[in-house]
Design a protein around this ligand. Structure first.
Ligand code: GDD
Ligand code: MN
Length: 353
């Protein structure tokens, strides 16, 4: 049996045509649809349940940890078929291609629909979107040197259920195909198709997916280099980068305040508070998961942790210079490092856990 995994977010208006075209597309093959919805406000799940009278559809609604990759992983876990198809639900992936994909899943573990080979094409994307997509593909190919992929970002592919271990895929990567290929040594085949135009609803590409993508690539590189806690190392580097820009914010505020003849102690306090807001915002946006706790929790504990970091910094200065008589510039760097590590682990384990 074929299991067709459909992640959905606000795709209500596309479902009827999608199901119908899938039903025609698979011809006489036995199949099921595994629809994984992330609580779409437009009522996608309700609509899908209605259509389940006419089509073999299982509807799963996920109430937490929303996201495309996570939804696909869930779908893979629920799937009953021996062959799985993963595709978008907005009709940009033509259901008519399903037979070609699944029929090749015998001699291959994974069959990937590609937009960038032979007959495959994308013809309506703007320049910037095209550029981002191409750039991302080049990077992916560079990292996944053990595969030869013309469209590594593809979200349209078929695979043998046995060839992947869904339980192990909990560590979510942004592009699920890359994650699957990275975690398993697989035989791959490509099939050309034309990426359709989105008719209903709207595609999502903001800052978050770009950050997620860079994180995933970084993680794959570190994995391949043999590191054990790749995700954590990436987070630490992000935390450092944010902290670095925070120093600039701190300096700007400090100099501004001095310029307006404020006492340096006041200037320092303002600079500290300003940089704290900056660091909170960007670490929440980039380094950590912003949806796992309430904003208030994250904000309150991040502030608390950072105040703690400041106390640790001062205490280390006191101990290293006052106590051990260490050379002040060296003591300062060590104290910064101590406060920094405290801030990182405190943010990770308390504020954003
Ligand atoms: N469950 C769930 N949760 N589904 C989601 C979510 C989410 O958070 N976000 C998007 N989806 C669903 C959409 O409803 C759609 O069926 C599919 O995932 C793809 O989302 P789009 O927003 O249409 O993505 P796109 O057209 O920009 O991206 C396409 O191109 C990428 C390559 O650049 C997709 O085909 C991706 O799969 C592909 O990797
Ligand atoms: Mn789309």
């Amino acid at each position: 049996m074929i299991s067709i995994i459909l992640p959905t977010y606000n795709e209500k208006e596309n479902l009827e045509e999608l199901f119908q075209r899938i039903d025609n597309g698979v011809e006489s093959r036995e199949y099921e649809i595994v629809l994984v919805d992330d609580e779409s406000p437009d009522g996608t799940a309700e609509k899908a349940r209605k259509l389940a009278d006419d089509y073999p559809v299982g509807v799963f609604v996920r109430e937490e940890n929303h996201g495309l990759s996570q939804s696909v992983i869930k779908g893979i876990k629920y799937a009953q078929g021996d062959k799985l198809v993963v595709m978008d639900s907005d009709l940009q992936h033509p259901p008519e291609k399903i037979p070609e994909l699944v029929d090749l899943v015998n001699s291959n573990d994974v069959v990937i629909g590609t937009r960038f080979k032979g007959g495959g094409e994308v013809n309506h994307w703007g320049l910037s979107r095209n550029f981002i997509s191409r750039g991302a593909s080049i990077i992916a190919n560079f990292v996944m040197w053990n595969y030869d992929l013309s469209d590594p970002m593809s979200g349209f592919f078929a695979l043998k259920k046995d060839s992947v271990n869904a339980v192990e895929m909990d560590a979510e990567g942004f592009k699920i195909l890359l994650e699957i290929l990275h975690r398993n040594e697989l035989e791959v085949k490509e099939v050309e198709y034309t990426f359709g135009r989105r008719s209903e609803g709207k595609s999502s590409l903001g800052l978050a997916p770009i950050v997620d993508y860079i994180e995933q690539i970084g993680k794959i590189i570190l994995d391949k280099a043999g590191f054990k806690q790749s995700k954590r190392i990436i987070n630490l580097m992000e935390f450092m980068a944010v902290g670095g820009t925070g120093v600039l914010v701190n300096s700007a505020i400090f100099l501004g305040a001095i310029y307006y003849s404020l006492h340096y102690s006041i200037a320092g306090a303002l600079a500290f508070l300003g940089a704290l807001q900056w660091n909170f915002f960007w670490n929440r946006e980039i380094t950590f998961d912003k949806s796992n706790r309430s904003f208030q929790h994250q904000y309150f504990y991040f502030t608390l942790v950072n105040l703690g970091g400041f106390v640790i910094y001062e205490a280390l200065l006191f101990a290293l210079i006052g106590g051990l008589n260490l050379w002040a510039p060296l003591a300062n760097v060590l104290a910064i490092f101590g406060g920094f590590m405290w801030n990182f682990f405190g943010s990770e384990q308390i504020a954003f856990k």
